[in-house]
Write a protein that binds this ligand. Structure first.
Ligand code: BG6
Length: 520
């Protein structure tokens, strides 16, 4: 049963004045990759349509693929027009935007390329009247260090006519050691305040709303701790398989791809202490404290507290799909995990004894990302002898996607002469209340980087603290006997072993194939 949410003052729903980006030349290094056409260009285009871009902006793509700016514009146009990733696509709006797109083909490993880039930036800057530079590095992990060095050696890291900033797309290294090395390479060329390590989950509306929900209201904080919360369940389930990214995925796996960044960020936002202010350093400081409180697992704990899986053939969205090992570009004996479930412990005063169960996987029955905060049962079962026997504990659910919103399950009396109870839900859906589509995470984050706000980006110590948690798990898995893959059918809820990961009365994973019909 859903009660929805009533807003008493519709005036308050209106968007305040929209922020505007500084003028700049955005240089995408790795522009022939998928991210540019699927996310970056649609996000910039939408920002421009809603009036958040400075009219003097320019975008310069650099990639291996040989093409000229005309061809680049055409490819970006076709992608933005057909993909549905742009919220505002219209041909007449596109023309204004397209004039600002440029492309340069080149080998990002070649130091000479950075001299050419310098000349091109000077030219574009004079033409457009802006000398601010935002470098967006979107390449495989091995290519990132030579790019940063190339920018540093050519002097592009410094800018006496404006600012220079660098956005680092994931993967940020592949373990603690490589992340540390990449951080040192970056800090040789740029100041920490100029470095924007992106985790696109932080740009999602509901993710940001976790902080508003927790720290913008008085009623939650007093109960947001081990005295009232039983466990936290975080799920990022995808129906898609490995798609065209087999080469990347074979090297990466779900733990590095999803948990090392996105899901640990969700843990941190759920668990962190209130920051002293909503600014980059205060927020990041509190997140780092959470990561430091999660002790790296021993091999024995990895055995007990983690489950990994790989999908076999099955049925997703009513269509048969191949197993991971049958996908194009995947080894028939691959040991790469496409699913992972883990139990983390945040060993601090607030959370001691409260498990955080986290799972993520591909080819699951439903696309959903959510955080479910399960509260403890009431101290006395006052209504125990009613026809429903037991009342379900309260649950607060943050639905990150789709159907972004927040819901609260609680018990209510059924109408009628008997004392009979039922779980009911009060829910807030962004779309119903604000009547507008939420901006894509990349829009939010690109705009923030162009404005110089790093609050929603990760700091050096944060990213290293994340790898400090993940690397021992990768190492223990590498030393353990080969897993019995595939161990879940595409379209199922994941490996059977996951069920026993959550122990304790009344605890359990929410069934992915079903809509939750009660607090369970
Ligand atoms: C990316 C991963 O970071 O996040 C992908 O590399 C994954 O494998 C994607 O599909 C999920 O993002 P979202 O925003 O669709 O939840």
């Amino acid at each position: 049963m859903s009660t929805g949410v009533t807003i008493t003052s519709p005036e308050k729903l209106k968007q305040p004045n929209l922020p505007k980006a500084d003028s700049c030349v955005l240089v995408i290094l790795g522009a022939s990759g998928d991210l540019t056409r699927r996310k970056l260009i649609p996000a910039l285009f939408d920002l421009n349509c809603v009036g958040c871009m400075n009219p003097y902006f320019q975008v310069l793509g650099i990639g291996r693929t040989q093409m000229d700016s005309e061809e680049f514009r055409k490819q970006m146009h076709d992608a933005a027009a057909s993909s549905g990733d742009s919220r505002n696509f219209a041909e007449d709006r596109w023309d204004f935007f397209a004039e600002r797109l440029h492309y340069m083909a080149g080998d990002l490993n070649d130091p000479a390329l950075y001299e050419q880039l310098k000349a091109r930036l000077a030219e574009l800057g004079d033409f457009a009247g802006t000398h601010n530079h935002l470098f967006y590095v979107s390449v495989p992990a091995s290519l990132a260090p030579p790019i940063v060095e190339g920018l540093g050696k050519s002097g592009l890291n410094q800018n006496d006519k404006g600012w220079s900033r660098i956005i680092m797309e994931k993967p940020f290294g592949r373990d603690l050691q490589s992340a540390k090395e990449l951080n040192s390479t970056l800090l040789n060329a740029f100041d920490e305040s100029e470095i924007y390590r992106i985790d696109h989950y932080l740009g999602k509306e509901t993710v940001q709303n976790i902080l508003v929900f927790r720290f913008g209201n008085t009623m939650w904080e007093p109960i947001w701790n081990r005295n009232y919360i039983d466990y936290v369940e975080i799920t990022a389930a995808e129906t898609v398989g490995v798609e065209s990214r087999a080469a990347f995925y074979e090297e990466t796996g779900t733990l590095r791809d999803m948990v090392a960044n996105h899901l640990l960020q969700l843990v941190a936002l759920t668990a962190m202490e209130p920051p002293i202010a909503f600014d980059a350093d205060s927020v990041r400081e509190q997140k780092v404290q959470v990561f430091r409180s999660i002790h790296p697992m021993t091999p024995e704990e990895v055995e007990r507290r983690t489950v990994r899986g790989q999908y076999g053939p099955g049925v997703v969205d009513s269509a048969p799909v191949p197993g991971y090992r049958e996908e194009n570009g995947v080894s028939p004996t691959s040991r790469t995990e496409t699913y992972v479930a883990l139990e983390f412990h945040v060993d601090n005063w607030r959370w001691a004894g409260v498990p955080f169960y986290v799972r993520s996987g591909k080819r699951l029955p439903r696309h959903v990302t959510e955080i479910r905060v399960h509260f403890k049962r009431t101290p006395q079962a006052l209504f125990a002898r009613t026809p429903d026997e037991e009342m379900d504990p309260n649950i607060v659910t943050f639905t990150i996607q789709p159907n972004e919103g927040i819901s609260i399950w609680f018990g209510a009396k059924r109408p009628g002469p008997h004392m009979s109870t039922a779980p009911v839900q009060a829910s807030f859906l962004y779309e119903n209340v604000f009547g507008t589509e939420t901006p894509d995470a990349y829009e939010t984050l690109l705009l923030d980087a162009m404005q110089g706000d790093a609050t929603l980006f990760t700091r050096r110590d944060e990213v290293e603290a994340e790898w400090r948690i993940i690397t021992p798990i990768e190492e223990a898995w590498a030393n353990a006997p080969a897993p019995n893959f595939p161990n879940y059918a595409a379209g199922s809820d994941g490996p059977i072993a996951v069920e026993s990961l959550i122990s304790g009365d009344h605890r359990g994973w929410r069934k992915l194939a079903e809509e939750p019909t009660s607090g369970k």
